[in-house]
Design a protein around this ligand. Structure first.
Ligand SMILES: NC(=O)C1=CN([C@@H]2O[C@H](COP(=O)(O)OP(=O)(O)OC[C@H]3O[C@@H](n4cnc5c(N)ncnc54)[C@H](OP(=O)(O)O)[C@@H]3O)[C@@H](O)[C@H]2O)C=CC1
Ligand SMILES: O=C(CO)COP(=O)(O)O
Length: 335
């Protein structure tokens, strides 16, 4: 039986642990709070993050790092992107030296502009053949209910990608492989920034024309950045690209979209932060994504205004005007 540790017992860590159990793995879920761990072990639930979701009885949880990580073939990482570095440093002594490290996260590190796989490589000194990513249009509550879903298991080493695919494929969760780690990770992280903007548009009361505009031009800027960083263009038309963008920008379950929607409705940034209980990665990632874009001379107008609203106090009306008054040009997709 494949032994897997899932590090982080929030919404996605818990649901992905369920998927792994349903796929036939032996899974230990690590959480930092005893009450969450107790809920998983005693009630087979994570009431705080996933109300009314029944977890498999075979899913075990612990707060003990050594217990979670002992003998793990795959270590799946599901904590907020900005906390990964400090967490990994604490977990490192317990991580088996041959384990494959799998990022389930969708963010870019502030300050360094590193993708999560790059943070893993830097902190643990692991080679690319030991680092994977799982991403795609996966809203935790929907996958938890066993609704048909799909994702991409990416690793630069095809064989590792196939092992990862086998570990998490279930009758309701279809997994494809990819070797384009850069494309998958970037698409996952940057769609959160676009979802913030779609959320703002929703909160302002705008309809589907505006949302389609933002998703389409958002995908164009995600693709431009990805290709500049060495990703493969077709990745952005796939599950990790278009798929995740559409799911996140359309779903009331999306924390990023909801964050934007609250802002668009007129709440202040401080008020929205106060009511947002779960991780909305796009807020902090918008700045490092923009820095990456500037470094590679890639135009990302939507990201630019989102970063300005999130970090520089630019009013939404000014951001809207800025986007809509850009110079006339032919429509270009990608590079
Ligand atoms: N939710 C979803 O639908 C999906 C999310 N993702 C990605 O998965 C990643 C995790 O998100 P998700 O599980 O949804 O987030 P949640 O906000 O639901 O959960 C965050 C988890 O991380 C823990 N945590 C927070 N801060 C720290 C810290 N400093 N050290 C250790 N643990 C910490 C929380 O613990 P505590 O409860 O104790 O605060 C909680 O277990 C994100 O990058 C997200 O983009 C990817 C696909 C789908
Ligand atoms: O990544 C996700 C869907 O694939 C979840 O999006 P949110 O983090 O915005 O909820």
């Amino acid at each position: 039986m494949t032994r897997v540790a899932v590090m982080g017992a929030g919404s996605w860590g818990t649901v992905f642990a369920k998927v792994l159990v349903d796929a036939g793995c032996e899974v230990v879920l690590w959480g930092r709070r005893a009450e969450v761990v107790r809920d998983v072990n005693e009630r087979h639930a994570n009431g705080e993050y996933l109300p009314e979701v029944a977890l498999p009885e075979g899913l075990r949880a612990t707060t003990d790092l050594a217990e979670a990580l002992e003998g793990a073939e795959f270590v799946c990482l599901a904590v907020p992107a900005q906390t990964l570095r400090e967490n990994l440093a604490a977990w490192a002594p317990h991580i088996p030296s041959d384990a494959v490290l799998v990022s389930l996260m969708k963010g870019i590190e502030s300050g360094t502009t590193l993708r999560m796989s790059e943070v893993i490589a830097e902190v643990l000194g692991a080679g690319p053949e030991r680092i994977g990513v799982v991403c795609g249009p996966n809203l935790a509550m929907e996958i938890a209910r066993g609704e048909p879903g799909a994702a991409v298991a990416a690793c630069s080493d095809e064989e590792t990608a196939q092992r990862l695919q086998a570990a998490c494929m279930t009758p309701y969760f279809r997994v494809y492989t990819s070797t384009d780690v850069v494309g998958c990770e970037l698409a996952g992280a940057v769609k959160n920034v676009i979802a913030l903007c779609v959320g703002i548009a929703t909160g302002l009361g705008f309809g589907d024309s505006t949302k389609a505009l933002l998703m389409t031009r958002g995908l164009a800027e995600i693709t431009r950045l990805g290709v500049a960083l060495g990703a493969l263009e077709p990745t952005f038309a796939g599950l990790a690209g278009l798929g995740d963008l559409v799911a996140t920008c359309s779903s009331p379950y999306s924390r990023n979209r909801t964050f934007g929607e609250n802002l668009g409705r007129g709440m202040t940034l401080e008020e929205v932060i106060a009511v947002t209980k779960q991780t909305a990665e796009g807020v902090k990632s918008s700045r490092p994504v923009l820095t990456l874009a500037q470094k590679h001379f890639v135009e990302m107008p939507i990201t630019e205004v989102v970063a300005a609203v999130m970090h520089d106090g630019v009013p939404i009306e000014e951001a809207t005007l800025k986007l809509m008054s850009r110079s006339p040009k032919p429509e270009r997709y990608g590079v």
